[in-house]
Design a protein around this ligand. Structure first.
Ligand code: OSB
Ligand code: MG
Length: 366
């Protein structure tokens, strides 16, 4: 089918509550909505890059640049029958995985609508609902952290991830573990440590954590390998796994025991599925990470998280955990068993709330 037109909306949406990680605090979330038109159908995708280069080098600004100057000129007006065709058109553009992944998501939505199939079906997902948890940001005091965690448990979340940073790690985590001895608990450092400073994390090994996510730098598979030898708790890589190749190298090097899959970070859903398959062959459990996405990205995350080797709960929380108003008409709610239902409609299975898109748009292309 001919990709007749691609448009962009740069969104800035207020979060229900601020979210703080080792790289900073945000009060609102940037995203780029990608709309793709072909054969009378419309597909939607979301580019997950944030406003600041704290998580990775991509920002909503760099993604806008790469999309408008390179990706859209390379794909608009072209005939594309498959995801492989689209990836071939974008192949000469180095890096910028989140920009590419957003465009790929829009094509998956279109292909699903054309075939009358859900994204879940297209990707090979099987589960009707997926286990989820909540990612809890750094709080001003350990006491506040305890209250925030208690509130999420009351809502029904059965797995909690705590953000940590130097000086706010073992002490905070110990308080939560003592208050909730049976809770499925894990931590995420977002690259805030070095091999030297990560020794401070050794007491975490006694706190019965599911995993320790991304303690060291993004480009440091080797030091993660060295650090993993110090811990019984599996390290989990997020930022470091930017492609199937990086996943293979991390597994070969034993840099981690678990992999976080974010389709945005790895350049698209197809690469995410390939990493899922590789990890399954190597007995490496995977789970679906999140980037505080809108309903578009959340629908996509739920679809990929329904593949069989996503055996740990994902960072996919209910809509109300992120936004008072979303850009999809559909909202996602938490079931009593700490799961969220996977959309079953064609494509992503969500529709756009155009008034909300208009309200949160800060620039448009063309
Ligand atoms: O490291 O997993 C991360 C949000 C933004 C950027 C990076 C991360 C996160 C989260 C939130 O942890 C996950 C979610 O969407 O709920
Ligand atoms: Mg992470």
């Amino acid at each position: 089918m001919k990709l007749e037109k691609i448009t962009l909306h740069h969104l800035r949406m207020p979060l229900v509550a601020h979210f703080e990680t080792s790289f900073g605090r945000v009060f609102d979330r940037d995203g780029i909505l990608i709309t793709m038109y072909a054969e009378g159908l419309v597909g939607y995708g979301e580019c997950a890059a944030d406003r600041d280069p704290g998580y990775g080098y991509e920002t909503s600004g760099t993604a806008w640049h790469i999309l408008t100057e390179f990706i859209i000129p390379a794909v608009q007006g072209k005939n594309v029958e498959s995801i492989a065709d689209l990836r071939a058109l974008m192949k000469s553009i180095k890096g910028h995985e989140m920009a590419k992944a957003g465009v790929e998501m829009a094509l998956w939505d279109l292909l699903g609508k054309k075939a009358g199939k859900s994204l879940q079906t297209l990707l090979g997902g099987t589960k009707p609902k997926v286990d989820v948890g909540v990612s809890v940001g750094l709080q001003d005091t350990p006491d506040e952290l305890l209250h925030v965690v208690e509130d999420y448990l009351k809502l029904g979340y059965r797995r909690v991830k705590l953000k940590i940073k130097p000086g706010r790690d073992v002490g905070d985590v110990r308080i939560i573990r003592e208050a909730f001895p049976e809770l499925k608990l894990q931590v995420d450092a977002n690259s805030a440590y070095t091999l030297e400073t990560a020794d401070a994390l050794l007491p975490l090994d006694e706190l019965n954590l599911l995993l320790i996510e991304q303690p060291l730098a993004q480009d440091d598979l080797w030091d993660h390998h060295k650090l993993q030898k110090e811990f019984k708790t599996p390290l989990c890589l997020d930022e470091s796994i930017i492609s199937l190749r990086h996943a293979r190298q991390a597994i070969e090097m034993k840099s981690c025991g678990i992999v976080n899959i974010k389709a945005g970070r790895v350049g698209g859903l197809s690469e995410g599925v390939a990493i899922h398959d590789l990890c399954a062959e190597n007995n490496i459990p995977v789970w679906c990470g999140g980037m505080l996405e809108t309903g578009i990205g959340r629908a996509s995350n739920l679809a990929i998280a329904s593949l069989p080797n996503f055996t740990l709960p994902g960072d996919i929380s209910a809509t109300e955990r992120y936004y008072h108003e979303d850009i999809t008409n559909e909202t996602f709610t938490l079931n009593a068993d700490s799961t969220i239902d996977v959309p079953t409609g064609v494509g992503l299975g969500v529709t756009l709330n155009k008034a909300a898109v208009k309200k949160y748009t800060i620039r448009q292309y063309p």
